[in-house]
Design a protein around this ligand. Structure first.
Ligand code: SF4
Length: 417
């Protein structure tokens, strides 16, 4: 987007209103649902093109990379499908120049006070069900200096919160430095003046880099938040899924997080309906969710992905309705747990960042809430004026099943470290 801007285009990020000279759709091909969403988006934009709202339509991203030929044949209304990140090819096709001096610059699509920060691409784990290594290839870490430089540039533009992301965070550095370097990287980002919050998304449970516990505990600007995808708990399923971790190790890891990083909020992702999952395995998973009490949890039903070990070695034999029923049951259980944990926050004060204003409320988040997926903090506009992107002390007055309601706890001014 930044490169297009540098070439004179006015660039917007607004998937809901296809309108303009060209549209570029970025696709995801991770699981069935994501593929469907991507295809629907492409078709919606084809329609807009047919109605004359768009002149050219281009598609890139993971789905496009994986099914380049098939998509080109199936959806000829798209002017061109590109590989995952082949935007230099797109620029060339548009007759525009690539500006190498802007290679670390970005046009943010998030509110200006936070940004996603990708530290690596690809994955070298081989979970049996997962197509990501097939689509994205081997794990490639970005050099630490480059990441820290990008953080500095973003801070200079007003970014205060960083959602550090990767397909698999804990592998960071192994390819480039022959050592797990996530703890050191987080410390270096944490040292950049102006970084208010660092949040970590998508860790793998086996061979967890131990020093990260210390970094998370000691560094005030590292959110006490960890998004760690566990997928399952039954030893049999973990083995079939090639997760290289067992039930006991998983419980031990969760216990260590909670003892070494007081106040940590854990988010996980689980999968139901993988081939071979019996009612007993699923019951074990329910027990696990009941006991582990994750602060947040996402779950999805297995979908067979071409070329994966699961697709070639196991039969996708669990009926869709059984998968869905398991998913619903798991989510209903977690909803109760999340609501109970959230309700315990009534009366407590938290540092809150204000993301936006919506109707009668300012909408913000605590350090335990990632944008888009986690609870939000609603502060009545009548409580006084707040600045978007600023941090305040807020006292929680009430909660519902998902969100928190709060009022200013610091009448004297904004949050001060
Ligand atoms: S660690 Fe995550 S991205 Fe990598 S193969 Fe496993 S599920 Fe896929």
């Amino acid at each position: 987007m930044r490169q297009l801007e540098a070439n004179g285009y006015k660039v917007t990020h607004d998937a809901e209103a296809p309108n303009g000279e060209i549209a570029v759709i970025n696709t995801c091909g991770f699981i069935g649902d994501a593929k469907e969403e991507s295809i629907n988006m492409i078709l919606e934009f084809c329609q807009a093109k047919e109605e004359g709202k768009l002149k050219k339509l281009y598609v890139m991203g993971c789905l496009s990379e994986r099914y380049l030929k098939e998509l080109g044949e199936e959806i000829p209304q798209v002017d061109k499908f590109y590989g995952k990140f082949n935007w230099d090819e797109l620029l060339a096709d548009l007759g525009k120049a690539y500006h190498p001096e802007l290679n670390l610059e970005r046009k943010l699509t998030t509110p200006s006070h936070y940004a996603y920060l990708k530290i690596s691409e690809g994955c070298d784990r081989h979970c049996s069900y997962c197509a990501i290594p097939i689509i994205t290839g081997h794990h490639v870490s970005r050099p630490m200096e480059e990441i820290v430089e990008e953080v500095r540039m973003l801070v200079a533009r007003g970014v205060k919160e960083f959602q550090v992301i990767a397909q698999e965070l804990t592998y960071y550095g192994l390819d480039l430095y022959h050592k797990q370097m996530l703890p050191e990287l987080v410390e270096r980002i944490s040292d950049v003046p102006g970084v208010e919050w660092i949040r970590l998304h998508y860790a793998y449970p086996a061979n967890f880099p131990e020093d990260l516990f210390r970094v998370m505990r000691e560094r005030e600007n590292v959110c006490k938040y960890m998004d760690i995808a566990l997928q399952h708990i039954s030893d049999r399923m973990l083995q079939m899924m090639h997760r290289h971790v067992d039930k006991q190790q998983t419980y031990e890891l969760l216990a260590r997080f909670r003892s070494e990083v007081p106040g940590i909020h854990l988010r996980t992702t689980l999968m139901v309906g993988h081939p071979g999952e019996t009612e007993e395995d699923f019951a074990e998973l329910l027990d696990f969710v009941r006991e582990a009490k994750f602060d947040r949890m996402g779950a999805f039903a297995y979908s067979e992905e071409e070329g994966t070990y699961s697709a070639t070695h196991y039969k996708d034999e669990i009926p869709a309705e059984v998968k869905q029923a398991r998913l619903d049951k798991l989510m209903a259980l977690q909803q109760k747990i999340s609501a109970e944990l959230t309700a315990r926050k009534i009366g407590q004060a938290f540092k809150v960042v204000i993301d936006r204003i919506e109707g009668d409320y300012y909408v913000g988040r605590t350090e335990f809430d990632s944008p888009e997926v986690d609870p939000e903090v609603l502060v009545p506009v009548s409580d006084g004026e707040l600045e978007i992107g600023s941090f305040y002390w807020m006292k929680v007055t009430d909660t519902d099943d998902f969100d928190l309601y709060a009022v200013r706890a610091d009448r004297g001014g904004r949050y001060e470290q």
